[in-house]
Ligand binder design. Structure first.
Ligand code: ADP
Ligand code: MG
Length: 465
């Protein structure tokens, strides 16, 4: 019924009308299954972008934190509603606003509504150096990023930034990009996620004339003044992509062009990385971002209030900063939620009342407290009809290996247990093996309906459904 490719304009308009109507029906369903606040904050602003080959639904959340909330806490509910309405096993891809722009650039806007926005500066205007709060945890990485923005190709090359999720890596890359756009507008600057680089390359191989595709790809990437690659840990084992990246890297490096790379772990812990790339990555400056200490968290929240025009009591700011101490994205998400609750209650300033309400809601939504690793292992064994000895043991047959990886993924996701402890549960496996299993499932979840179903079914079992 729906095909993205080769539709005439009239069909396209019809297509989007139908798609929007279907999405509205999904929203109507969701509204019944999630709380009012969650619905208004996360789901209502979603834009439906595309349905590819009747199999893959692409939607865009209105903020990064909305995307994270949806993917993390509401994905099951979302898939259920989507599959009820579309009557089909769809994979769902949730984009954040910058990914949305990138997506539209690549695929075009179905209804042609947003073409204007697409040519804009690709860097998020909020992610600037000015808006980046500097503290002990990030002062060196901040200084290095600034130096690189001021003297691209001359100071630290490559600059390799690593650190946990939500600690500001992407923010810094955009800050460098925004700075360069303003002060060195003639430089050719490109920001890509690792995945985009790989897709771009693979697409070039599949173009009509393979050699022409690759030539175009190379002229795009090798004539840059600054290349930023975000989340390099996702570089696949696919040797051809690594090979291409290696040559891109060398070409730029030899011409004193700036390369900046981020990762959630240091180069030595990226298992799929070829040694020669690893040594390239560490040949410049490798700098980590750590978790922010309390003072920095408070300062970040204050900055956020100022940027978003939130009026929030100091008590609330201190309370939130104390409660959430790892991920800045979550810190900010909680602040928005609290402010939103105040708005709902027609208050101009958010107080502890809303803070308590927001935290209570969070606890309810997470509801992980009762689940243990054993519960997860039992559920996985039951689902796949295998034994506990099999799953924690050494068997390497496919019918055991996949459930084992899924159990590892779920324990890591739901319980946020350290990799080393998970390794112990699984017969003393090494933490890198555990990490590999977890990452493999994370990867599969992006494209495999089968894996998505396994995970959502087992999650349902865990919730007693
Ligand atoms: P990462 O890429 O490391 O996962 P992001 O760069 O996406 O993390 O940061 C997550 C959120 O936290 C963003 O909204 C970002 O603006 C904010 N953030 C992170 N570090 C800081 C900081 N030092 N000052 C202000 N905001 C920050
Ligand atoms: Mg990031």
């Amino acid at each position: 019924m729906f095909y993205r490719i080769s539709l005439c304009l009239q069909q396209k308009v019809e297509f989007m009308k139908d798609l929007k109507a279907l999405w509205q029906a999904v929203l109507d369903k969701l509204e019944l299954t999630v709380s009012n606040v969650s619905f208004i904050m996360w789901f209502k602003p979603i834009k439906v972008l595309d349905l590819v080959d009747n199999k893959h639904l692409v939607i865009a959340a209105n903020t990064l934190s909305a995307k994270n909330q949806i993917s993390r806490n509401y994905f099951d509910k979302l898939s259920t509603a989507v599959n009820d309405i579309f009557g089909n096993d769809l994979t769902i891809e949730v984009l954040d606003p910058s990914e949305e722009i990138e997506y539209i650039k690549l695929h075009g806007e179905q209804a042609g509504e947003k073409e204007v926005e697409v040519t804009k500066n690709p860097f998020n205007a909020k992610y600037t150096f000015n808006n980046f709060v500097v503290g002990n945890s990030n002062q060196f990485v901040y200084a290095a990023s600034r130096a690189v923005a001021e003297h691209p190709g001359e100071k630290f090359n490559p600059l390799f930034i690593y650190g946990g999720v939500g600690l500001g890596k992407t923010h810094l890359l955009h800050a460098i990009g925004n700075y360069l756009k303003e002060f060195s507008p003639n430089l050719n600057v490109k920001y890509v996620t690792c995945e985009q680089f790989a897709n771009d390359y693979i697409e070039s191989l599949g173009s009509e004339s393979k050699s022409k595709g690759v030539v175009e790809f190379r002229s795009k990437y090798r004539n840059l003044d600054v290349l930023m690659v975000d989340d390099i840990q996702f570089i696949s084992k696919k040797t051809s992509t690594q090979e291409e990246f290696f040559h891109t890297f060398n070409e730029l490096y030899q011409n004193n062009k700036q390369i900046i790379i981020t990762s959630d772990r240091p180069p030595k812990e990226i298992e799929t990385l070829a040694d020669r790339l690893r040594s390239r990555f560490t040949s410049g400056l490798t700098q980590d971002i750590q978790q922010p200490e309390l003072e920095t968290r408070i300062a970040i929240l204050r900055k956020k209030c100022q940027l978003e025009n939130y009026s929030i009591d100091d008590d609330v700011i201190n309370f939130v900063a104390e409660k959430i101490n790892t991920n800045i994205r979550e810190l900010e998400g909680m602040l928005s939620k609290i402010y939103f609750l105040a708005n709902l209650a027609n208050k101009t300033t958010a107080t502890m009342e809303e803070a308590m309400e927001a935290f209570d809601g969070q606890l309810e939504e997470d509801r992980n407290d009762g689940t243990s690793p054993d519960d997860i292992i039992d559920a996985v064994c039951k689902y796949f009809d295998i034994t506990r000895q099999d799953i924690v043991g050494k068997k390497k047959s496919k019918d055991v290996v996949e459930p084992r990886m899924i159990a590892i993924y779920l324990i890591s996701e739901i319980l946020e247990m350290p990799l080393i402890s998970i390794g112990k549960i699984f017969g003393g496996r090494d933490h890198t093996t555990i990490m590999h299993s977890r990452d493999k499932i994370t990867d599969q979840l992006k494209s495999s309906i089968k894996t998505q179903n396994f995970i959502s079914e087992i999650r349902k079992m865990l919730k007693g459904g």
